[in-house]
Design a protein around this ligand. Structure first.
Ligand SMILES: [Zn+2]
Length: 411
């Protein structure tokens, strides 16, 4: 779900400040059970390390008393933990709640990278962020204004990574609603009207100050790096994709594995991969064109031979040919073989196809004959006169289908 880069600070003053806001690095705590309901399938604790979705950051994964937590919801008295199975009746008053730390730390990296990107885009390009989405492999922000140029992207990426190298502290402050309303140095405005308590501010030292309730790293150095992955124009703005931190390194690793597989498959060095792949695709298209021409020539030659066939029912099986060839053959047959019925089958690469076609003046309906053949082959098919075609799991019923046609035609 896309967030709107609006503050997600604890909106209800009655709920105590949760641990994930005080210490984003807390992986596990013991906390008192405050409320249990719905056959013990959800629990509210006095405190929690699990972040419930908000501001573009997804809910954490984690466990409560060893039970996986399936959903987290903000309520007036605290975070409601929906459990994947009921809390046992003999559970202690104090239970342990634990966050899936690798996933959470990844979210902290992406979320802090978003603050940094948003601050630089605003400061250098004058482009406010209108939305933030933290995806499972790629994250994006939407920037107000026209499409981003290659130069914009290069400048943004350079400046953001400069700030990573500077290892700027990321600090958390809490101020009163009155102080918040008086200050003009806070980037994100638009606090919800119902917000009554303190406002949580996230500061990237010397760069940015914004109201936010999410989880963040303590220094920009922990971002490791930020790589912009692309941009697309959208109504009223531009979407910008990026990856930061360990997922950026994993992504690079995955790319290297794929490039190695392509080098091995195509037998060329990395810088020749694209050109070689394009050449091979062109060659493939050319070969496919040649095959089509040869199949048309083959169909013409076959039709000439079928005209001389003494029987009314003409039948043949083709190995290493597919439905496309049968279609070509049927079309030539319908136009060129008067008074006869054709029944053709083909198989290639574990798939089988068939076609029933009637020549002009045969006195039979391909649709009716074809339905019988499909039944005999235990296959599916369709079509309108003069051609009925279909695909079959195998051609075990071919002789039975032929016998059926032979009887029907009375040959
Ligand atoms: Zn934030």
């Amino acid at each position: 779900m896309a967030g709107t880069d609006r503050p997600t600070t604890q909106a209800e003053p009655s709920a105590p400040t949760p641990r994930y806001e005080i210490d984003s690095y807390a992986r596990s705590i013991r906390s008192r059970v405050v409320e249990v309901a719905d056959d013990r399938e959800w629990v509210i604790l006095e405190d929690t390390v699990l972040y419930p979705e908000g501001g573009g950051q997804p809910s954490d994964h984690g466990s409560l008393a060893g039970i996986p937590v399936s959903e987290l919801t903000r309520t007036q008295v605290g975070v409601r933990h929906s459990l994947s199975r009921p809390l046992p009746p003999d559970a202690d008053d104090q239970v342990e709640v634990t966050v899936d730390w690798p996933r959470r730390f990844d979210h902290m990296q992406q979320h802090t990278a978003q603050h940094l990107l948003t601050a630089v885009a605003q400061g250098r390009l004058g482009r406010p962020t209108t939305s933030f989405h933290l995806g499972s492999s790629v994250s994006d922000i939407e920037l107000d204004g026209p499409a981003l140029t290659g130069r914009d992207l290069a400048q943004l990426e350079d400046e953001v990574n400069q700030a990573v190298r500077e290892a700027r502290a990321v600090n958390v402050h809490r101020i009163s609603r009155e102080d918040y309303d008086d200050r003009s140095d806070i980037r994100t405005r638009g606090l919800p009207d119902h917000h009554l308590g303190e406002v949580r501010l996230i500061e990237i030292e010397g760069l940015d100050l914004t109201a936010c309730g999410g989880t963040h790293v303590a220094s920009t150095a922990e971002l490791e790096g930020v790589k912009l992955l692309g941009t697309e124009k959208m109504r009223g703005g531009a979407r910008l994709y990026w990856a930061a931190g360990s997922r950026m390194r994993r992504r690079l690793g995955d790319h290297e594995t794929r490039v190695e597989a392509l080098r091995s498959a195509l037998g060329v060095p990395t810088d020749e991969l694209v050109e070689t792949a394009c050449q091979r695709l062109e060659q493939l298209k050319e070969v496919q064109r040649e095959v089509r021409i040869l199949e048309e020539e083959l169909a013409d030659a076959l039709v000439s031979a079928f005209r001389l066939d003494p029987g009314r029912l003409v039948s043949q099986h083709f190995e290493r040919r597919g439905a496309a060839f049968l279609k070509t053959l049927a079309s030539r047959f319908a136009d060129g073989v008067a008074g006869k019925v054709g029944f053709f089958t083909a198989s290639a690469g574990g798939t089988a196809a068939f076609v029933v076609v009637t020549g002009a003046g045969s006195g039979f309906s391909a649709a009716e004959l074809g339905a019988g053949v499909a039944s005999a082959l235990d296959a599916r098919g369709g079509g309108r006169d003069p051609v009925f075609q279909g695909k079959a799991p195998d051609l075990d019923g071919r002789d039975a289908a032929w016998a059926l046609l032979d009887r029907t035609l009375g040959t």
